[in-house]
Design a protein around this ligand. Sequence first.
Ligand code: MEV
Length: 424
Amino acid sequence: MVNSRIPGFYGWPLAERRRVLTELTGLQLTALDPGALELSLADKLIENVVGVLGIPLGLGLNFRMNGTDYLVPLAVEEPSVVAAFSHASKLVRMGGGFEAEADPPHMIGQLQLSPNSEQEANRVEHKLRSASERITRAAKTAAERMEKRGGGYQSHCVRYIRDTRGGPPIVVLHIVIHVANAMGANLVNHVAETLTPLVEKIAGIPVGLKILSNFSDLRLARATARVPISALGGVQIAHKVVEADRFAYLDPYRAATHNKGFMNGVDAVALATGNDWRAIEAGCHAYAARDGQYRSLTRWTVQDDHLMGHTEIPMAVGTVGGITRSHPTIALAHQILGIRDAQVLAALFAASGLAQNLAAIKALSTEGIQRGHMSLHARQLALAAGAQLDEVEAVVHKTIESGPVSARRVEEALTQHRHGRKLA
Ligand code: MEV
């Protein structure tokens, strides 16, 4: 098991960070170099390829989940996300780390039937319900290849959806498939398409759409964080975090921003591990609005001497399939993470969202995020301007003290700092 607590990592030169990562994991890191995804491979992944886009890949540190440490690869272009992840994970670690789990990977496929009238809708619904055994047999056969991996057909149901605007009802057949360690889109779409001729024969009308649902609410992941109030900086901060969370629960304008911060963590892991972040986003936002109002994806409370956080989100992610093996950087990110079981990965996604949310609302409830953002930005500019490690803090301080951060002002601060040292 790796130790995800690596004091000083942040301040080391990049080459040193890579050396330590290799030492800790035994992995060669060439797949993290620019150009690791060759144009010839990129050209096979999507259409009209003209190039490859580089996104920084950072390591989320201090992360512990269910008693195990993980080095969490985070692919993201936004400064502060990786630092915030590591900071919050350190706080949660002081309370024992995240506790997290996920449901079995049950994905839903939908087959849409659009009758012309309510009478026809009733007939279609009745016929589908009466043909339950035939549908089960056909779905089992269509999903057979998943059985040797512990998955396959689970169940189906018929849904009757009224149109409150006056149109005829829509009848939908849901097929539920256990997709093992895959995200499962391809398999579920295959099953839905394979069933179509049979369903059309039974219903007596054509099937419309046949596609998975990204509202994967049979595949929920949950995470809990427990932060000692002493580690947080006092009970007042804890109450401010709870109040920030209550704001997001009650107000959709705030909930959208709150959940965006939460998804900073989820999406960065999704991108690094080659999971479909658009599908994850769609599912999480649909879940956030499940009671009719769009709300926060988290709940924070104070219990005894702890700030307690909880989240529950749909999480359709895989450790196999898609580009998890074919993209060299993504394949390496999976090796760094060391998770083969998609349920464990789903749990880690939920915990990552909670970490990111904690860091954001703690900062917003105290000093605001601009100061942190600006000092990170200044630190990066100082290193780029050639500041030595023992000069960085002083240069950052000097820059921030004297106004807005820019490359020119960081260079000036570095020159002044060196001049001051010479005179001293
Ligand atoms: C910025 O990427 C995310 C935040 O806006 C999240 C939040 O407001 O909770 C800081």
